[in-house]
Design a protein. Structure first.
Length: 95
């Protein structure tokens, strides 16, 4: 009887571990701003902040996201104007 109880307890524990493992990670937004300097591009700015964020695994995805967040500011502009303040959406994983 004790073996059955231990076995059931272990199964319940394993099931709870699997459920918690399967949950998608949660991220917390840490708003950051960057003022554009001469010669900077979205790629170079994104590269400066890539290691500070936890959400994206590739520079392509991260740069796309930074551009998307700032799309309204770029309407009608072909290049990043010097002095423009960009939103850098740094998301850190919540543990």
């Amino acid at each position: 009887m004790l073996n059955k109880i231990i076995f059931i307890a272990v199964l319940v524990w394993l099931a709870s571990e699997l459920v918690s493992w399967a949950k998608p990670p949660k991220y917390e937004l840490q708003p950051t701003w960057h003022t554009v300097r001469a010669g900077e591009t979205f790629w170079s700015i994104s590269a400066d902040y890539f290691d500070e964020q936890d959400r994206f695994q590739s520079m392509n995805e991260w740069t796309y996201w930074v551009r998307k967040v700032n799309a309204e500011k770029m309407l009608g502009k072909k290049f990043l104007p010097i002095g423009m303040v960009l939103d850098i959406p740094i998301e850190k994983r919540v543990k």
